[in-house]
Design a protein around this ligand. Structure first.
Ligand SMILES: NC(=O)C1=CN([C@@H]2O[C@H](COP(=O)(O)OP(=O)(O)OC[C@H]3O[C@@H](n4cnc5c(N)ncnc54)[C@H](OP(=O)(O)O)[C@@H]3O)[C@@H](O)[C@H]2O)C=CC1
Ligand SMILES: O=C(O)[C@@H]1CCC=N1
Length: 278
């Protein structure tokens, strides 16, 4: 389904901003069958190396706007901070029937509607970096002008990099950003601090880093393949009166453990999303 949707788009997919997120998505679309000549990248800061690698695949790199036929999709993957300058510069590319998909944290439908028109078909979404290996999580909300066919196109574009969860209420997007958008960083941090703690407990630092990293990755893979809840998987590690129980008494402390700390962290990320809203 996703494959046929991407192969049968009438106009190109124009990617504004080809950094970490944009390039991971573009790679996913090309793998899933988006014809390279149906992809155009607008990013004045691309390295010469990236530009020529994309051009060699047949992707249009920084074409003049006049040569871009009515896009099926304009995908916004610039940083929210550059949006006030970068989005108006591409507003004229949006034609009747063009779907605008944003992956920018914070930036609201209202902000984008002011630039692309109040009736524009816009999807605000938030992916995450496991997109680079096709294991991303995206949360998306459509504006009222988005048709079912455009939802299918969005599902294909975001589905090319992982799973997609739709929500109806834009107010949920900042909290979703705080959980799944930023979330991979929390898991990587876990590997980092476990490595540091292992070294503090006497392990050689390189050994500690290797086993911490492989443990976080292995736990993620186990959770992925298991039908059991995260809580049950945790309990399966925890022998009564054993070592894990001793550690979890610290980590699950209701005053200073993970639960209150994560609530505080997600609240801070949610607040930052609102600050970036514009
Ligand atoms: N990284 C992540 O985990 C996630 C990011 N996002 C969102 O994705 C968006 C991109 O983030 P990320 O990929 O990390 O950021 P990057 O900085 O890696 O990518 C943004 C790209 O846009 C380029 N750029 C800057 N100005 C313009 C312009 N005027 N026109 C076109 N391109 C421009 C940047 O160049 P230069 O670097 O030289 O400025 C860069 O190549 C952000 O809005 C972010 O909120 C969403 C979910 C997860
Ligand atoms: O840190 C950020 O603002 C972006 C959005 C979610 C992940 N990275």
């Amino acid at each position: 389904m996703s494959e046929s949707v991407l192969k049968s788009l009438s106009g190109p997919v124009v990617l504004l901003g080809c950094g970490k997120m944009g390039s991971a998505m573009l790679e996913g679309w090309l793998k899933l069958g988006l014809p390279a000549d149906k992809a155009a990248v607008l990013d004045p800061n691309l390295t010469a190396e990236s530009a020529s690698a994309l051009a060699a695949k047949g992707v249009l790199v920084n074409p003049a706007h006049a040569v871009i036929a009515a896009p099926s999709v304009l995908l916004l993957a610039v940083k929210p901070q550059v949006a006030p300058e970068a989005l108006p510069a591409v507003a004229a590319l949006v034609k009747p029937g063009t779907l605008v998909v944003s992956v920018m944290a914070g930036r609201t439908m209202a902000f984008m509607g002011n630039i692309f028109g109040a009736d524009a078909a816009i999807v605000r979404s938030i992916p995450n970096t496991p997109a680079a290996i096709g294991r991303g999580v995206s949360v998306a909300v459509p504006s009222p002008g988005v048709t079912q066919a455009q939802k299918d196109i969005t599902a294909a574009l975001l589905g090319a990099i992982g799973i997609v969860e739709w929500v109806d209420d834009e107010a949920l997007m900042d909290a979703a950003t705080a959980v799944s958008g930023s979330g991979p960083a929390y898991a990587f941090l876990l590997a980092e601090v476990m490595a540091q703690a292992g070294a503090a407990a006497g392990l050689p630092a390189d050994l500690s880093a290797r086993i911490a990293r492989a443990t976080v990755a292995g736990a993620g893979a186990l959770m992925d393949q298991s039908d059991l809840s995260a809580a049950t998987l945790r309990q399966n590690v925890t022998s009564p009166g054993g070592t894990t129980a001793a550690a979890l008494a610290v980590l699950m402390d209701e005053g200073r453990g993970f639960p209150p700390l994560m609530v505080e962290a997600v609240a801070a990320a949610t607040r930052r999303g609102k600050e970036l809203a514009g």
